[in-house]
Design a protein around this ligand. Structure first.
Ligand SMILES: NC(=O)c1ccc[n+]([C@@H]2O[C@H](COP(=O)([O-])OP(=O)(O)OC[C@H]3O[C@@H](n4cnc5c(N)ncnc54)[C@H](O)[C@@H]3O)[C@@H](O)[C@H]2O)c1
Length: 447
């Protein structure tokens, strides 16, 4: 292996990384609002769902200029208390997010509830006239997708889905390299997200004061089946399909967002998945090992894997394979290896009579003169890395707030979000049906 070039990416202006093309309808309808809000005016936002991710991303949002958090809704009092500890006693807190939606001082809302609340919360936010940053997976059920897309169109609100890799500068670089033919014709994408820990397998801590006094259990349940109080279900909801979508909705969806962003594809047409519950037999009803294969209409296949029993290894990676090389995205950054297919046919002559071997070698060398050492199998390697401390969630929020201020389509709108989550959920469907399943990525309908 030879390092011919070493590039360290600087964080480039994020607006340039986003596809900021406003639909005429969106732009026209929001002209009035744009006129009243300058590009540098403060945006006041609220948070619905102040759990692990909600607190993380509200803090990330606050790292972008001229934004302020004014209100927080959550079903666990301890998290409302901590929201004030984090962001100040002035922050309005409530168990009922409708109180937040009624406030005139809220421009945009982050929704980071469990998945079964995504659709209703996002639709309520948009109908209240506010823009929404909706955590992935955009949907819990297939029927959620068209409803969310329709609400975004009807209300002309900005909706950005929270698969933050879409705003990662490395992914933009990968997109550019693939389009420029850096690895030739793409034929395979293999991606995985492996974990091997209690937290990686979603066994999040239940606080000592968890009870029906401190937790609004009926509100948490929402549209899910009404069952008696269960602290594990409240704090570790990903383990049950009533609230989450297993590893497909939690992790495959990121891998789809990345694949779709980098390749420009709208999604797969065919899927098959397998897996099982191998280790975390703690009452959950979702697999901890899942493998899935997808056909893409552009002529490549995608293979995905999540292993929550990964022998100590924690890894998130992509390998794009083309006719002339590979492109890997991993914790080490983006690595491109160019190894064009040899134009020389090669030979398998060892089994022939010696005299035949000699004749063949002579003819071969006349037709294909020997090359200087290393030329034919030369592998060119390029490497890119984000600067130390780079946080793609902050970049994703920078993109979101640009869209909110300038009334531009976000980098990851509801259609993109449905195509990623709809593709991810095909894996669950294939396992449920024990068969291959079909999806139309254009119409976003099951076959
Ligand atoms: N983009 C990412 O990398 C990423 C990472 C982690 C989680 N997530 C997503 O973020 C979301 C939240 O995950 P989490 O790990 O923070 O879960 P969590 O359980 O830690 O937090 C969810 C919070 O939502 C609250 N909640 C539930 N129903 C509510 C309602 N009706 N109104 C107000 N609050 C309500 C709960 O009380 C809880 O505090 C999930 O959709 C998850 O997929 C995304």
């Amino acid at each position: 292996m030879r390092w011919t070039r070493r590039n360290f990416l600087q964080t480039f202006p994020v607006a340039a990384a986003a596809t900021c093309v406003g639909s005429p309808r969106l732009l026209a309808a929001n002209r009035e609002q744009a006129a009243t809000r300058g590009p540098n005016d403060q945006i006041q936002f609220a948070l619905i769902g102040a759990g692990i991710r909600g607190q993380q991303i509200a803090s990330a949002a606050l790292q972008t200029p001229n934004v302020k958090i004014v209100a927080v809704a959550d079903c666990y009092d301890g998290r409302l208390t901590h929201a004030k500890e984090l962001w100040g006693q002035d922050v309005f807190t409530t168990r009922d997010y409708k109180e937040i939606l009624a406030r005139k001082d809220v421009d945009a809302v982050i929704v980071a509830t469990p998945d079964h609340w995504h659709k209703q919360a996002a639709i309520d936010v948009m109908h209240a006239g506010k823009d929404v940053y909706l955590e992935k997976p955009m949907i819990h059920l297939y029927a959620d997708g068209p409803e969310i897309i329709a609400a975004a169109q009807k209300t002309n609100r900005i909706l950005q889905v929270g698969s933050q890799r879409v705003s990662n500068a490395l992914y933009s670089k990968a997109k550019e390299l693939l389009a420029s033919g850096a690895i030739g014709q793409l034929n395979l994408v293999a991606a995985r997200w492996d974990r091997s820990s209690n937290m990686g397998a979603w066994s999040y801590t239940v606080p000592p004061d968890a009870s029906t006094e401190t937790c609004d259990w009926p509100r948490f349940l929402g549209s899910a089946p009404k069952i008696p109080w269960n602290a594990e279900r409240f704090f570790q909801w990903r383990k049950w399909t009533d609230y989450g979508s297993g590893v497909a909705g939690d992790l495959f969806v990121h891998l789809f967002s990345g694949t779709h962003f980098i390749t420009g594809s709208k999604g797969p047409t065919r899927a098959m998945a397998t897996g099982g519950l191998r280790y975390w037999k703690d009452g959950r009803n979702v697999p901890d090992v899942m493998l899935a294969l997808f056909d893409y209409p552009e002529g490549f296949n995608l293979s995905l894997r999540v292993n929550q029993v990964a022998g100590g290894e924690e890894a998130e990676s992509f390998l794009f394979t083309g006719s002339e090389g590979t492109m890997e995205i991993a914790s080490t950054g983006l690595t491109v290896r160019r190894a064009p297919m040899s134009k020389y046919p090669g030979m398998t002559i060892q089994t022939f009579a010696k005299a035949e071997q000699e004749i063949y070698i002579k003819q071969y060398e006349q037709k294909y003169p020997p090359q200087p050492v290393g030329t034919l199998s030369d592998e060119v390697v390029e490497r890119y890395q984000n600067p130390r401390g780079y946080d793609d969630t902050v970049e994703h929020f920078r993109n979101f707030f640009v869209s909110v201020r300038e009334r531009k389509q976000p980098v990851e709108d509801a259609t993109f979000g449905f195509r990623a989550a709809g593709a991810a959920l095909l894996s669950n469907l294939s396992m449920q049906k024990n068969s291959v399943v079909q999806w139309n990525p254009e119409t976003m309908k099951l076959g």
